[in-house]
Design a protein around this ligand. Structure first.
Ligand code: SF4
Length: 122
């Protein structure tokens, strides 16, 4: 199963592909729909997010099997530049892997950098 996926329905207007790196988000936006969508309590979702289990291994397998010529959005649920438990280490590793093989990587905003390098600034 691919960790890069095609968003469904109207969500696809944002990006043809997406990859969610972390579970949870530290930004606590008042309008956030993620806890409701994921059926999680806000206090569980809005902490210091951990990276998804085996995300780097699974991404490596995915990139060996599939070619992505359209944009891959990081991340559809959550924000790859939030205040994560690993200080953005997983985001940086994902960007290195994607930069080698994927031509178009997008994020929602580049002001949430927290020391992680935005692809738009690389
Ligand atoms: S950045 Fe996105 S996922 Fe994070 S709290 Fe705000 S709306 Fe929710």
């Amino acid at each position: 199963m691919s960790v890069i996926y095609r968003p469904k329905g109207m969500a696809r207007e944002y990006s043809p592909y997406a990859l969610n790196i972390y579970i949870g988000c530290s930004h606590r936006c008042k309008y956030c729909y993620a806890p409701h969508t994921l059926q999680r309590r806000g206090e569980d979702y809005f902490g210091k997010p951990e990276s998804r289990k085996n995300i780097l291994t699974e991404l490596e397998k995915d990139l060996k099997k599939n070619v992505y010529i359209e944009q891959v959005l990081l991340s559809f649920v959550g924000d790859c530049y939030c205040d994560s438990a690993d200080n953005g280490e997983t985001t940086r590793a994902v960007l290195k892997m994607l930069n080698a093989l994927v031509s178009n990587v997008g994020t929602k905003a580049d002001h949430h950098t927290n020391g992680a390098k935005s692809p738009r600034k690389s």
